[in-house]
Design a protein around this ligand. Sequence first.
Ligand SMILES: *Cc1c(COP(=O)(O)O)cnc(C)c1O
Length: 398
Amino acid sequence: MSGDNGKIADATRVVSAGRRKEWTGGVVNAPVWRASTILYDDVAHLREYARTDTHHRLFYGRRGTPTQWSFADALTELEPGAEATFLYPSGVAAIAAALLSVLSPGDELLMPDSAYDPTRSLANGLLRRMGIATRFYDPLIGAGIADLIGERTRAIFMESPGSLTFEVQDVPAIVAAARARGIVTLLDNTWATPLNFRAIERGVDYSILACTKYVVGHSDVMLGSVTAAKGRFARLRDTSFQLGQVASPDDSWLGSRGLRTMHLRLERHHHSALAIARWLETRPEVARVLHPALPSCPGHALFARDFSGASGLFSFALDGGGERERAALIDGLDHFGIGYSWGGFESLALPVDPEKYRSVTTPDFGGPLVRLQIGLEDADDLIADLERGLDRFRAALG
Ligand SMILES: *Cc1c(COP(=O)(O)O)cnc(C)c1O
């Protein structure tokens, strides 16, 4: 389980990561250790623990048990060069804790206009109330970010590809501009996961995951994580302790369990989603497909340069029509649920309207957008289902 983890393949890493014998007790995956109170041998023992660093030592339930440590450590191992990982009860909680750990009143934050809507809400709500200003930027800005960095800029947030519209960012160029000015970088890496984009190796300071999505993989648990680069963990941990953040042992155990098959699931998501995206490109009812692995997606060249694979989430624009015609497509689908979130084993279809969540860019892809989460079903079944959906769309257009 230890050794030179920089040299083993990802498929091997997701299987072995975090499985220390002292945490698993000899079974394969670390079991569920539920706890609030931890009992000490005597007063001297209690005093000693109060004085020393309790990282990976039982202290009080809020500081975790071997179940959480094993899962957090596994996520750290997936990001070569990382120091450690803190777990959260949701992806949004992870984003909030990471930003609060690096920002103070008077600071300015740069955030891509394609950021996940709740991340925008955090910036425009709590952060603004605390006196932290956010400047939104074009996700395709690349090295041009340097021109936006001002005296008060303290952190640059990234999300690549962006939510709903999948613009791929030039993370290395933005990291280089940030480093030149001593500015902290954070990346929402939920879409790619560390298996398809190693954020810490590329110089990002905080790599954030909504584990709710691909890590858990079964649409039944909310979880988040922040993996910190070397030297960046203490501040994140202190802030998260002060905020009282703790991911439950049961949820962390399910996160660990999901992780063991993530490599395999992502491969299937990648192949099925790409096949479906390519098929959609051939259809006359489709104006544009926004899938990072296709040249029609903004930032595709960066995807080809930086990512080792795609996942199963992308959007496409219908050629004309509006809410009613789009609903005609989505409502009758047999194999796609209608619902938020993604990353589970089952397919989902969602009407999305990115223009509602933009302030400095105006996405217009020719018609209303549908976002698809391609699950683990047979791709041909999904294509046949979508073909019937496009027939309904055409009929509704009249
Ligand atoms: C879902 C999502 C989140 C938030 O995760 P939750 O666990 O639902 O809070 C963050 N970022 C992105 C890109 C997401 O899609």
